[in-house]
Design a protein around this ligand. Structure first.
Ligand code: ZN
Ligand code: MN
Length: 498
């Protein structure tokens, strides 16, 4: 991109902290519970009291492995725990248990859609660690510390600096969020800080034949997709301006941290980031290394659900879903599962998909939820689709029935029963449809005459007349039979004229 007369290429990598959906903390049995009264979900281990010994939460390791496998990472056979020392009120032990040189997993990649194209970003590593507590600033004149969050299991995912724009970073974040919810490894509730982003940003600038790189900045703790996007946009512009002003370029040791001020929509300078050696990483003597049995890892891999990208591809080919509209069906796993379940029950998947994208999506949006959240089971979804594909009701009638299914009265009713009650079943009674055809011909005598005089207009006239039959019948005529009867009658009249 062009900025202030410079050719600018942003270079962006992401660190993502993801809270794992375990019942208890990483190294103790305290419950994970957002919003509990301060310091009521704590014990000697997560309070860092002397002599308390941590024990590894097996479920957290499993969720970490599942995520790492979905990110195409190599799972380490031997992984250990390290102490990362720093001094801060919300860190009661004065160190965080993390993984330094032997992380849980390495060398993966993540693919995500940008428009219809697929982007691939390399994953450097994904490791387990514990979260810190929270400083609370609500009390007058002092800062409180709530340690309920201390010891919460986190997976830290680190990408290579492969991203080139704020849009790409946001897309990655949105689709990674979808992935972890698909995997069931995290609720990834952004409001509760269960997924947080820290982009590393600098710029490659070309001007007058000279190429430089600006100093790397890490923006700490962004907890919405929008903040991630806006912070990157701001930071790229700021770095270009800063370079024009002071000429500073990237050097070892001049990486800086900045925070994001949501109100001012600007990044702001923060404390200097310690170099790795200042964290004084060393192996935690209280914890045994984890040796991962490869058969066990293979078992975790076997139980992986179909992931969003392959599922999108399958929906496009199997259910003839336009790529653009696929996210409506795929993004929410329960909704995608419901579509598959209805198809497995024998409904025509293409029809179900059409109905999902049509009235089901509309009804869900009106109620502020997902299609699966409407609470209609696969059997009734399938039955409604079958009524249309078998020609018993029109497509428009199906929408009406769906609406009725969501009303109090229709909550338990079968679609077929509702179609009867509402008088929406199409007639395939030949004499009834014959009467409608007769009425359509009578009401449109001019169109019929035109068609008979000019054979080239015949096809258009036929379509028009079938439409009129459907209209007169209030959508109840079986369109196929109506079409046949209209053709028959036109042929008869042609013969009669000739
Ligand atoms: Zn505890
Ligand atoms: Mn971390």
């Amino acid at each position: 991109m062009e900025l202030n007369g410079c050719l600018v290429e942003p270079i962006i990598g992401l660190e993502i902290h993801l809270q794992l959906a375990t019942r208890t903390k990483m190294f103790c049995g305290c419950a994970l519970e957002f919003g509990a009264p301060p310091n009521t979900r704590v014990c000697p281990v997560c309070l860092g009291l002397p002599g308390a010994l941590p024990a590894i939460n097996r479920a957290a390791v499993e969720l970490g492995v599942r995520t790492a496998l979905a990110l195409n990472c190599r799972i380490a056979e031997f992984t250990k725990w390290d102490r990362k020392s720093y001094f801060y009120p919300d860190l009661p032990k004065n160190y965080q248990i993390s993984q330094y040189d032997l992380p849980l997993s390495l060398d993966g990649f993540f693919e995500f859609h940008v428009g219809e194209a697929i982007r691939k970003v390399r994953i450097r590593r994904a490791h387990l660690e514990e979260d810190a507590g929270k400083n609370v600033h609500e009390l007058p004149g002092c800062t409180g510390v709530d340690l309920n969050r201390a010891g919460t299991p986190l997976l830290e995912i680190v990408t290579e600096p492969d991203l080139r724009s704020a849009e790409e970073a946001r897309e990655l974040a949105v689709q990674l969020h979808r992935l972890v919810r698909y995997l069931g490894v995290s609720d990834a509730n952004m409001q509760q800080g269960q997924m947080r982003f820290e982009p590393n940003i600098n710029c490659r600038i070309e001007r007058g034949g000279r190429v430089i790189r600006t100093p790397i900045v890490e923006i700490k703790n962004l907890n919405s997709f929008r903040a991630l996007h806006d912070a990157i946009v701001f930071e790229v512009e700021r770095q270009v301006e800063a370079w024009l002003e002071n000429g500073a370029v990237a050097e070892p040791g001049n990486k800086r941290n900045r925070g994001w001020d949501d109100e001012r929509c600007a990044t702001v300078a923060q404390r200097e980031k310690e170099e790795a050696h200042e964290y004084r990483y060393f192996p935690d003597p209280d914890l045994v290394p984890v040796v991962l049995d490869q058969t066990w890892v293979a078992g975790v891999r076997e139980h992986m659900p179909e992931l969003p990208i392959p599922r999108t591809e399958r929906f496009v080919s199997q259910y003839k879903v336009p790529v653009r509209e696929a996210p409506t069906l795929v993004d929410d796993r329960a909704t995608a599962d419901l579509l598959d379940a209805a198809a497995e029950l024998g409904a025509d998947g293409v029809t179900v998909a059409k109905q999902f994208l049509g009235f089901w999506a509309r009804l869900a949006t009106e109620r502020g939820g997902t299609i699966a959240g409407l609470g209609v089971d696969a059997t009734r979804i399938a039955e409604l689709a079958r009524l249309v594909s078998e020609g018993q009701i029109s497509a428009a009638a199906a929408a009406q029935i769906a609406e009725a299914m969501l009303s109090e009265r229709g909550a338990a009713a079968r679609p077929t029963a509702l179609a009867e009650q509402l008088g929406l079943l199409q007639s395939s009674d030949a004499s009834q449809i014959g009467a409608w055809v007769e009425a359509a011909f009578a009401a449109n005598a001019q169109a019929v005459r035109d068609a008979l005089e000019n054979p080239r207009k015949m096809q258009a006239a036929r379509g028009f007349l079938v439409g009129q039959v459907m209209k007169i019948s209030g959508g109840k005529a079986d369109p196929k039979m109506a079409g046949e009867l209209v053709s028959q009658r036109l042929t008869q009249q042609t013969a009669g004229e000739g």
